[in-house]
Design a binder for this molecule. Structure first.
Ligand SMILES: Nc1nc2c(ncn2[C@@H]2O[C@H](COP(=O)(O)OP(=O)(O)OP(=O)(O)O)[C@@H](O)[C@H]2O)c(=O)[nH]1
Length: 307
């Protein structure tokens, strides 16, 4: 059995007695939140992102099938397994629930032993899936997010910022003279250095939604939701300084310590601009920082698509 500590279940039912009973039966397996009815259940699912949902089928206004369909249609909730719980237990009822997107079906009246066994099996599976998902989005060497995850999040944040009108910033961080670092200290030391830099960059991304990822090789990238050009400028300077402050010796560099060049870009994703444009802007700024002598950050302000 996997460790399901810290896992969350959301129980949705229009009957508060059933909700209390479910919470009582499952309280020691996972944290249980309750929602009264389908509409409240959908809101709670979006906010809480539970690992498993138990959902009554027959409810007024938004029934269990509608809940399943809406959860499946939403990018943020489509992966959450839903177990339908119902007193209507003909074969066709089970089939209808599965067709609506449920992962399983449990009959009322609830047997505590059967409910617990089924829920434990689903929680075990959810824990395994979460682990595999986490591996898929992380870089194997440094443990920070990988490029695939960055690209995915950039697309989503781009769409979100287009709707809100907020600025979105990115920063590309490229270590200076890293080939020489490898040549001088060896590849193993080079790997250790990349791990240390990744830890430092992760620590610098302080905003709740901001994060650093490994873009490839000795290049890292920040996604910084809601960050203006002025803030991005200060952020780039701070990260550059933090890398200098590591004071990692780099004898074959002109600075004798490890340094980075950084390209920052911040835009409001207006019509006519695409996510690839902000990457190109930050890349161009990075190129300018390298040209200007490395160990510094540069900005690129965009008002139209880059050429
Ligand atoms: N140790 C180690 N080195 C890596 C890894 N990925 C890429 N590199 C090395 O990073 C170096 C990047 O070299 P270049 O692209 O020439 O850039 P640079 O030497 O940093 O020069 P500038 O960017 O112009 O300052 C190459 O020698 C790669 O082998 C890795 O996972 N581990």
């Amino acid at each position: 059995m996997s460790n399901t500590n810290g896992m969350k279940i959301l129980a949705i039912d229009d009957d508060s007695f059933t909700l209390a009973m479910i919470a009582d039966m499952l309280g020691d397996l996972a944290h249980v939140d309750c929602a009264n009815g389908g509409a409240q259940g959908l809101t709670a699912a979006a906010e809480l992102k539970p690992d498993l949902i138990l959902c009554d089928v027959v409810m007024p206004t938004v029934d269990g099938h509608a809940v399943c369909r809406q959860l499946r249609a939403d990018e943020d909730t489509k992966h959450i397994p839903v177990v339908c719980v119902s007193g209507a237990c003909a074969e066709s009822d089970e089939i209808a629930a599965l067709n609506a997107g449920a992962s399983d079906f449990i009959r009322k009246p609830l047997s505590a032993a059967l409910l617990r066994a089924r829920v434990q099996a689903h929680l075990d599976r959810a824990a395994e899936v979460a682990h595999i998902w986490d591996l898929a989005r992380r870089d194997g060497l440094t443990g920070i997010f990988n490029r695939r995850y960055f690209d995915e999040r950039l697309e989503r944040e781009w769409a979100r910022h287009r709707r809100s009108g907020q600025p979105l910033a990115i920063g590309i961080v490229d270590l200076d003279r890293f080939k020489q670092f490898n040549d001088f200290y060896g590849h193993v030391k080079g790997d250790q250095c990349l791990v240390q830099v990744a830890d430092l960059l992760r620590g610098c991304a302080r905003r709740p939604d901001g994060f650093a990822a490994r873009y490839g090789g000795e290049e890292f990238v920040y996604l910084l939701p809601g960050m203006s050009m002025d803030e991005a400028d200060r952020f780039g300077a701070a990260v550059c300084g933090a890398i200098r402050n590591m004071a990692q010796p780099h004898e074959s560099s002109e600075f004798h310590i490890l340094t980075a060049s950084i390209g920052m870009a911040s835009v409001r994703p207006i019509t006519g601009l695409a996510p690839s444009d902000i990457i190109r802007m930050a890349d161009r700024a990075l190129y300018q920082a390298k040209l200007a002598g490395r160990n510094q950050h540069m900005n690129s302000i965009a008002t139209k698509p880059a050429n």
